[in-house]
Every structure is written in C-alpha cells, then in structure tokens.
Design a protein around this ligand. Structure first.
Ligand SMILES: [Zn+2]
Length: 245
C-alpha cells in the first residue's frame, strides 16, 4: 500500500493559512518527503511524523516554497531528533548546495561540521529514472522556471503510482504521464490563467478528459481556488491522507 499524506497544500503565500508544499509518501520500504517548503517541520509534527523517519527528500525545483524547509530539517536533526543514519537529498543539480547556503545564512554558526550523519546528494535531471526510499521514480521537465529546470515526477511502488506536477504551466506531458496512473497531484494556483508558469483550474477543466489517472487531486492552491464553493475536481488539504492503489 502506498500512502500519500499531504503535509502542505498551500502556495508560496500560504493562502488560507495552508502550509507550504510538502507530501509524505510512505510504503513498506520507507518514507519519502516530496517537496520541503519552509513550514515542513510544522506539517510533520502536526501529523505526528518523526522527522528522523524520513529516508529521502525529493525536490521538484529550487523555489523557496519547495526546498526552503531543508535547512529546518537539518536543524531538527542536529538539535532535536539527533539523526545518525544517512539522508538522501534528491532534486535538480544545486539542491544540496542551495540548501547548505540557505542554512549557513540563517544560522551563521555553521553547524554542518557537527552533523552526525551523511547527507547524500542525488542530482536528478529530465528523463532520469532512479530509486529513492524504495520508490521507482522517473523525472520529466515541466515549464515553470529555466535555471535550473523544474521537474515533475512519477513515483511507483508495488503497482501503485503517483504523478506529481511540480510547479508548472499546463503541459501535454501531464496527459502522457497520467496514463495508467492511480493518482495525479496537480498544482492549481488560480481559477483562471494568471501567469504562463502555473496551471489554472480553467486549464485543468479544459484537459481533464485527456488525463488517464484514476484520481485527480489539486494542490498548491491559490486563494480563489481554495475559497471556491463547489469545484468539480477534488482539492487537497493539509493533513489529507490518500491511500493509493
Ligand atoms: Zn515555483
């Protein structure tokens, strides 16, 4: 059984008070943290998930609301949960360096040398297939930011599969990768198109019939999407638990 726990369903601005992007994917082989926004410790602790139980972190791109929680995970491992086993941090090239740089700016004391565990960097690029925390993972580039690129992911375990959009404008890659997929977690920042680097609810409705997933759940919700009274498509909320497959 693959379980997805939504720790943070919010956008960069915490619309509606929702936490920044973070999802815990769990199966019998381990736990993966997909995205690590700055509020990740709040999400984990509200859900009563011990931070040290995470085997790997996977990040879609290097915007702060998606990776800015890595320094706080490190802080927790140093001073609260006292992690001793290795932690894999996977994402676009530079994820580890940027996380270390942010940590060093926030906590000038440079605690990194005191880490009692190994931080293992796993750079990921478009088209890569790899294993992380026992999940079979594949990455594809999505249209959101240029340098470095933003990735969408397909994550599989024991016949169950999750497609994650990352942050992205609508792309036909979602149609292609959603085939035979159990769950598609798709970002939705606004009801109507507002930018050319995010997906709107109107985009999703236009392409909904093309998708091959069993279940579509909207996340990274902007204020109007969150406040809308009745949408045809399911919305994520902080603390939501989804059993997949
Ligand atoms: Zn972004």
């Amino acid at each position: 059984m693959l379980k997805v726990r939504v720790l943070g369903s919010g956008d960069a601005f915490n619309a509606g008070g929702a936490l920044h992007s973070a999802y815990l994917l769990e199966h019998e082989k381990g736990r993966m943290l997909l995205e690590s926004g700055p509020s990740v410790l709040a999400g984990l602790k509200k859900a009563k998930i011990a931070p040290e139980s995470i085997d790997a972190v996977l990040v879609s791109h290097l915007h702060g609301d998606h990776f800015g929680g890595v320094p706080f995970l490190i802080l927790d491992y140093l001073f609260r949960s006292h992690r001793e086993r290795p932690l894999v941090i996977a994402g676009p090239p530079g994820t580890m360096a940027r996380s270390r740089a942010v940590y060093s700016e926030l906590y000038k004391e440079e605690h990194f040398h005191k880490l009692k565990f190994e931080l293992v960097e796993q750079p990921v690029g478009p088209g890569d297939e790899f294993e992380l925390a026992g999940f079979k993972c594949s990455a594809f580039q999505v249209p959101h930011m240029a340098e470095p690129f933003c990735l969408g992911y397909k994550l599989e375990s024991g016949g169950a599969s999750v497609l994650f959009s990352g942050d992205s404008a609508w792309t036909d890659a979602f149609v292609e990768h959603s085939r035979n997929c159990d769950l598609f977690l798709c970002e939705c920042c606004s009801l109507e198109p507002e930018t050319d680097f995010h997906t709107s609810y109107a985009d999703i409705l236009m392409h909904r019939e093309e998708l091959g997933c069993d279940r579509l759940v909207l996340t990274h919700l902007g204020p109007d999407v969150r406040a809308a009274a009745d949408l045809e498509v399911e919305r994520a909320y902080d603390g939501m638990l989804i059993e997949v497959g």
